[in-house]
Design a protein around this ligand. Structure first.
Ligand code: F0G
Length: 455
C-alpha cells in the first residue's frame, strides 16, 4: 500500500513516556479502569480523542503573538468572523469556549420544553444540552449506521422516512430544528452525502423546520464527498464545504477538531433574530459576543486553522493515515467499523469480546486492556457513553465500540504500526479477557468519571 507522506515537516517535538507493564497495571487500577482518568504522562500513544489534540502550524503559532486581548471588539474576532463567512458561508458568529458552549446556547434559544430534535445519531454533549432544554431526542440516521459491517459510502445519512415519520407523529410545530452532524462521530466518523443534505434541507424547509449542523468534523465530510459522490471529484474542498452549509441555517462548531486548535468553538447563524438571542445568552455563559470565553489569540489561531483545514493535501493525508490503521487491523481479522471513517478507527467490542455481555461493559474492558497491553489510550463509545434514559434504565446502544482516535498532524505511520500490533496481540488472547462492574456512577455524562472493577 502506498503511503500518503506527511504534507508538513516537524519543527518542534514533544518526547513521550515509555512505561512498563506493571506500571500500567497500577495506573489503570488507580484510574478505576476508565481511560479518561489516566494521567497523560502515563500514556505512550494517546488516541483518547482528536479533540484539542491537534498540532498547530507555525502560522497559527505566529498568530498567537498577534492576540488582541481587548475586552471588546478584538481584531481577532473580526478575523474569525471573516474566516467563518468566507469558508463556511454563515453570516453571524458567536465564539464559545468549545463546541458544547455553542450547543448550550443553541438549545436554549431554539428549544421549548416538550419539543423534539431529530438527529443523525446522537453526540453525548449535544443530546445532553437538548434534553436539558426540555427536548426529546429522535434518532433519524439510516439503519446501516447501527451495523458496524454494513457497507455504505455515506453511513451518516439521514433516513428521510424516519424524519417524515417523526413530523407526522409529533407535528412540525414541535420540531424547531434537525441536527445534522457531518461527520457522525458515534457511527464511526461516517459522512453524509451532498444529495442527502439537499433532500433533508428541502424536507425541513417545506415544514418550517430549521437545519442546524454539528459542523465539528465538516472538512472530513467534505473530503469523503469529493472522494465518493459523483460530480465532486475535481472540486476544491472549500467549494464542497460551502455547498454543504448552504443547506443549513446555522451550525455549532467544536474548533478543537477541524479548526485545528487546542481550544475554541462557535455558534454560526444566518438569522439576525436568532443571532440577537444568542448574544443575549453568550454574555451569561461564556463572555462578550466578541470573545465568548476565548482569548484573542485563541480566536486568531482558530481563524487561521479554518483556512488551513481546507487544504487538499492536509485533509488527504489525515484521512489516509486513519484509513491505513484501519487497513492494518482489518487485514489481521480484527473486527472494526467499516468503512473506516474520518477521525478514528472503531473496534467492534461486541465481536472482539463476544463472551462479555453488554452489562459487563465490553468496550470499557477492551479500552482498559489495550492500555495495559501497550500504553495506547483509547475511549469507550458504547453502553457507558450512552448513559441512562429518563426512567433510569441503561440505554443499550447497538454499537459497542472502542475508539482509536487520531489527533491531527501529531503521530506518524510508525505510531500507527505500534497501535495495530498492540490491538492484534490483544485479539490473539481475547478469550482470556474478563468484563468489569461499575462501582461509581455520576448522574450525567457518566463516561468521563465512572469507576470500574474487574469481575
Ligand atoms: N459534536 C461532536 C460530533 C463532537 O465529537 C464533540 C466533541 C462535540 C460536539 C462537543 O465539542 O468537546 O468542543 O465541547 N467530541 C470530543 C470527542 C469530546 O472526543 O469526540 P466540545
Amino acid at each position: 500500500r502506498k503511503l500518503i507522506a506527511e504534507p508538513f515537516k516537524i519543527k518542534v517535538v514533544e518526547p513521550i513516556t515509555m512505561t512498563s507493564r506493571s506500571q500500567r497495571e497500577h495506573a489503570m487500577e488507580a484510574a478505576g479502569y476508565n481511560t479518561f482518568l489516566l494521567n497523560s504522562r502515563d500514556v505512550y500513544i494517546d488516541l483518547l480523542t482528536d479533540s484539542g489534540t491537534s498540532a498547530m502550524s507555525d502560522n497559527q503559532w505566529a498568530g498567537m503573538m498577534l492576540g488582541d486581548e481587548a475586552y471588546a471588539g478584538s481584531a481577532n474576532f473580526h478575523h474569525l468572523e471573516t474566516a467563518v463567512r468566507e469558508i463556511y458561508g454563515f453570516n453571524y458568529v458567536v465564539p464559545t469556549h468549545q463546541g458544547r458552549g455553542a450547543e448550550n446556547i443553541l438549545s436554549r434559544i431554539a428549544i421549548k420544553p416538550g419539543d423534539w430534535v431529530p438527529g443523525n445519531m446522537y453526540f453525548t454533549t449535544t443530546r445532553a444540552h437538548q434534553e436539558l432544554a426540555g427536548a426529546n431526542f429522535a434518532d433519524v440516521i439510516i439503519d446501516e449506521a447501527h451495523d458496524p459491517q454494513a457497507a455504505h459510502p455515506f453511513k451518516g445519512n439521514v433516513d428521510l422516512n424516519k424524519f417524515q415519520e417523526l413530523i407526522d407523529r409529533v407535528g412540525a410545530g414541535k420540531i424547531p430544528y434537525i441536527c445534522v452532524a457531518v461527520t457522525v462521530n458515534l457511527a464511526g466518523g461516517q459522512p453524509v452525502s451532498m444529495e442527502n443534505l439537499r433532500e433533508v434541507s428541502a424536507m425541513a424547509r417545506n415544514h418550517g423546520i430549521k437545519v442546524m449542523f454539528d459542523a465539528t468534523r465538516c472538512v472530513e465530510n467534505a473530503y469523503f464527498i469529493r472522494e465518493r459522490e459523483d460530480g465532486y471529484q475535481n472540486k476544491p474542498i472549500a467549494e464542497i464545504l460551502k455547498e454543504m452549509f448552504s443547506y443549513g441555517d446555522g451550525a455549532t462548531m467544536s474548533g478543537k477538531k477541524d479548526c485545528l486548535v487546542n481550544i475554541g468553538g462557535f455558534l454560526a447563524l444566518n438569522d439576525a433574530e436568532l443571532y440577537q438571542k444568542a448574544t443575549q445568552l453568550v454574555v451569561l455563559f461564556e463572555g462578550m459576543p466578541s470573545y465568548g470565553g476565548l482569548a484573542g489569540r485563541d480566536m486568531e489561531a482558530m481563524a487561521r486553522g479554518i483556512y488551513e483545514s481546507v487544504d487538499y493535501y492536509y485533509i488527504q493525508h489525515r484521512i489516509e493515515q486513519v484509513r491505513y490503521l484501519g487497513g492494518e487491523l482489518a487485514k489481521a481479522g480484527v473486527p472494526i467499523v467499516e468503512p473506516v471513517g474520518g477521525h478514528a478507527v472503531f473496534l467492534d467490542a461486541r465481536q472482539f469480546l463476544p463472551h462479555i455481555p453488554q452489562e459487563q461493559f465490553p468496550a470499557q474492558t477492551l479500552a482498559a486492556q489495550l492500555y495495559i497491553e501497550s500504553g495506547v489510550r483509547s475511549m469507550e463509545r458504547g453502553i457507558v457513553s450512552a448513559g441512562r434514559d429518563k426512567n433510569g434504565k441503561h440505554y443499550l446502544p447497538k454499537l459497542e465500540l472502542v475508539r482509536l482516535t487520531i489527533p491531527r498532524r501529531v503521530y506518524t505511520y510508525a505510531h500507527m504500526d505500534v497501535v495495530a500490533e498492540a490491538v492484534i496481540a490483544l485479539f490473539e488472547q481475547r478469550h482470556l479477557i474478563k468484563g468489569l462492574e461499575m462501582v461509581y456512577e455520576p448522574p450525567v455524562l457518566r463516561f468521563f468519571t465512572a469507576r470500574f472493577r474487574p469481575l
